[in-house]
Design a protein around this ligand. Sequence first.
Ligand code: PAJ
Length: 287
Amino acid sequence: MTRIALRLQVVRSVPDLRTWRAARQGSVGLVPTMGYLHEGHLSLVRAARRNDDHVVASIFVNPAQFAPNEDFDRYPRDEARDLALLDELGVDCVFAPSVESMYIADFSTFVVVEGLSSRLEGKSRPSHFRGVTTVVMKLLNIVQPSRAYFGQKDAQQLAIIRRMVRDLDAPVEIIGLPIIRDADGLALSSRNVYLTPEQRESALVLNRSLRVAESMFAHDERSAGAIRDTVTSMISSEGLAQIDYVSVADCETLDELQSIEHPALVSVAARFGGTRLIDNTILTPLP
Ligand code: PAJ
């Protein structure tokens, strides 16, 4: 086996990351991930590389955002491949801490964004966003980035992180970037590896239904209910899909809308066998 030397630095503890950070001047871009990287993650890394003097990517499968019945143990992991991909894109530092170093034995402080965290994803996954906001706040405190990059794929997560940063005056600019899809339209996700070929084929209905929502909107449909109903009936007509929710909500407050006068987030969650997938699009009325 040939081992290729990495240019990037792999840092596994908080004190070592602080030492790395203290030696850096200029802007630092942070891309938080749970690893098993795909083009969606890499699009965030490329943006950070374009914008910032130094780029840190974190790889941490965060137990606090998984419920006991969820896939923490079987969440896909391939650190060697991730490091090679990040090295190729010119990432300077990968922060890949152990669970024990992020959550010390008597860890007891959590960050909760109230309201937003209990809607949509939060209804099916009640403690999920508490885990996300806590780990993201920790990463922001540890890395002290100028900018942090997140995907629109997890639209609610992005809205919640923006709210947290605003409410707690965290000195960082949050950059949201578009959803990257496979050629067949399926939004890239580390969890897509769980799908059988039949489930994957069925899952394409998510993207198809969102394209229909966009087309209705482009033809001047402004009733959120009409769009919700069409998307729901398209997904439910797909045999393998079990809908969790179909939502047409205000982009910032995530309040369900009756009519679309401001940018609206159309978001869907459905199960295909044991795998839960999410997808979304934003409908923006012209001023
Ligand atoms: P993870 O699912 O690994 O995603 C890391 C980042 O990649 C998130 O900002 C996510 O929105 C973005 N991303 C995932 N799929 C994408 C796609 N198809 N197109 C564009 N961006 C995509 O999200 C998390 O990890 C965690 O909750 C984390 C923020 C790291 C906190 O633990």
